[in-house]
Design a protein around this ligand. Structure first.
Ligand SMILES: Nc1ccn([C@@H]2O[C@H](COP(=O)(O)O)[C@@H](O)[C@H]2O)c(=O)n1
Ligand code: CDI
Length: 160
C-alpha cells in the first residue's frame, strides 16, 4: 500500500534569530521567526507525513499556543510524527522537498540536511531529495522577507 502526502510552510526572516533549515544551522545575517525553531523545511516534511497518514497538520499536533513547543526543536517534532507512521506499519518510500529562498545559498548544506532527514525517517539517504530555488527576486521570498518550503512524501507498507 502506498500513501502520498504533501506539505508547505513559510516563515518570516528577521534579525536576531537562528537560520535553521533541515536541521542545519546556516550562517546568515537573518534567521527564521516562529513559535518553534521555525525550521521551515522540517515543518513541510512533517506536514507531508501527517498528510499521507490523514492525521491533520503540525499545528494540530503541536499547537503554537502551547508553551511546551516554544523554541521547540523541529527535528524532535518530526521524529514524534514519524512514530505515528511506524505505529501504522509504514516505512518511507521517498521524500522530495524544495526550499524556496533568495538567500542564503542552500547548496552547500543540502548533503547534511539529507543525512538528518534520512536519520529521522529511518531511511537510506537515496530516499531523501532536497532542492532549492530562488524566486528570481520576485515576491516576499525575492525581497528576502521570508523562506518557504514544500515537500512530498511517499509512505509504503506491505499488505498481507
Ligand atoms: N537559496 C538557494 C536558491 C537556489 N540555490 C541553487 O541555485 C540554483 C539556481 O537557482 P534559481 O532560482 O536561479 O533557479 C538552484 O537550482 C539551486 O541549486 C541554492 O543553492 N540556494
Ligand atoms: C511548530 C509550531 C509549534 O511550535 O510553531 P511555529 O514554529 O510557529 O511553526 P508553524 O509552521 O506555524 O507550525 C505549527 C506550530 O504549531
Amino acid at each position: 500500500m502506498i500513501r502520498i502526502g504533501q506539505g508547505f510552510d513559510v516563515h518570516q526572516l528577521t534579525e536576531g534569530r537562528a537560520c535553521i533549515i533541515g536541521g542545519v544551522a546556516i550562517p546568515h545575517e537573518k534567521g527564521l521567526l516562529g513559535h518553534s525553531d521555525a525550521d521551515v523545511l522540517l515543518h513541510a516534511i512533517t506536514d507531508a507525513v501527517l498528510g499521507a497518514l490523514a492525521l491533520g497538520d503540525i499545528g494540530k499536533h503541536f499547537p503554537d499556543t502551547d508553551k511546551a513547543y516554544k523554541d521547540a526543536d523541529s527535528l524532535k517534532l518530526l521524529k514524534q510524527v514519524w512514530v505515528l507512521a511506524k505505529e501504522r506499519g509504514y516505512r518511507l518510500g521517498n521524500v522530495d522537498a524544495t526550499i524556496i529562498a533568495q538567500q542564503p545559498k542552500m547548496g552547500p548544506h543540502i548533503p547534511q540536511m539529507r543525512e538528518i532527514i534520512a536519520d529521522a525517517l529511518e531511511a537510506e539517504i537515496d530516499c531523501v531529495n532536497v532542492k532549492a530555488t530562488t524566486t528570481e527576486w520576485l515576491g516576499f521570498v525575492g525581497r528576502e522577507e521570508g523562506i518557504a518550503a514544500q515537500a512530498v512524501v511517499c509512505l509504503q507498507k506491505n499488505m498481507l
